[in-house]
Structures are given as C-alpha cells and as structure tokens.
Write a protein that binds this ligand. Structure first.
Ligand SMILES: [Zn+2]
Length: 188
C-alpha cells in the first residue's frame, strides 16, 4: 500500500516526552480499502503522542467530511466526520490482539502505522443511517423508488390472489374425494 508511510510515526528516535503530528487523510486511504463504506473524502487527523519507555499514549482527533451513498436515494451524500479517541501502544515480546484500546508491538519495531486505525475510526464515527438532510435527496430517485414499491405491492397482491386460487383448488379436491368415497360406498 502506497500510503502506508503517510500515516506512520517513527517513534524509535523520539526521546520520552510529548509530540504532536498532523495527517491529511484523502482519497488514497479510502481507495486502499476499496471504498466499501466511503467513496471519497477529506479529513485532518491530529495526534497527540506521549512517548515513555514502555508505551505510547495517543490522543487522536479526526475531523472533515466523507462521501457515502445515501441510504434513501443512493446518491452521493456528504457526512461530517468528528472523531476523537485514545490509543495505547505497549511494547512487549508477547503480542496480543488489538482490543480496541491497547495495541501491542514488539520492542524491535520502530514505526507505528496508523493507517488501519485512522480508516476504522472514520468508519466507526459514521452514523448508522447515512442520509441527506431533509429535502436533500434526489427527487427523481425518490419518485422512482416509490413507483417501484407500488409495483412490488401489486405483485404481492397478485401472488396473494393466486394463493387463494390454490386454496380453492384444494377445497375442490377435497369435495371430489368425498364424492368419490360416497360413490364407492354406494356401489358396494
Ligand atoms: Zn439522499
């Protein structure tokens, strides 16, 4: 991944103390993740880093805007990003999985790659429902959907009617069977 260096902190050379870093998040990041949730965007990530002997403590703030697909009209929809979170990176030879708070790194490493962290933080900060503000949806698309759902309703109604026909057939068959039994009895 080309952008991997873009969101990397080379902490090995830093003395214990506080530092801050700024990253510009652009389309390259979203393209690297195949734009599953986010089509494009532009954000700023600010990282306050406290380096000590055994760990790094990071405060990360991300703000900006991304473009998602509107859940209502499927057109591009700008969504504001406003994320802040804490991340602790501990140095240890025993590496555990990242649990959402603590990331583990071998003491032999010298770079912290925040690419995945930044991408996932932006995705997590998005609202569950991504829609245009009231009146912002494409009216043609909305009209097309309404028409489609009316057609769907008619199709379901037609199916229900067919079900009734089937039920009637079943009823007829029962009557026929009863009639047949009666005829069999009467011939004996
Ligand atoms: Zn919309």
């Amino acid at each position: 991944m080309e952008q991997i260096r873009l969101y990397t902190i080379a902490y090995k050379g830093l003395k214990n103390g506080s530092y801050d870093f700024d990253f510009q998040v652009d389309n390259a990041l979203f393209e690297a993740y195949d734009r599953v949730e986010i089509k494009s965007g532009s954000c700023q990530a600010h990282v306050d880093l406290k380096r000590s002997e055994t760990m790094l403590e990071l405060s990360v703030a991300i703000s900006g805007e991304v473009i998602c697909e509107c859940d209502r009209c499927l057109e591009d929809c700008p969504i504001a990003v406003d994320y802040s979170g804490e991340l602790v990176v501990k140095f240890s030879d025993e590496i555990d999985d990242y649990d959402g708070e603590v990331m583990w790194m071998s003491p032999s490493e010298d770079m912290l790659d925040l690419t995945q962290y930044i991408y996932e933080s932006i995705v997590l900060s998005l609202p569950y429902r991504r829609v245009h503000e009231e009146g912002g949806c494409n009216p043609e698309m909305l009209a097309a959907f309404t028409e489609m759902s009316e057609e769907e309703f008619e199709r379901l109604e037609a199916e229900a009617e067919e079900d009734e026909v089937v039920a009637l057939d079943d009823h007829n068959r029962e009557l026929l069977e009863q009639l047949k039994k009666q005829m069999e009895k009467s011939t004996k």
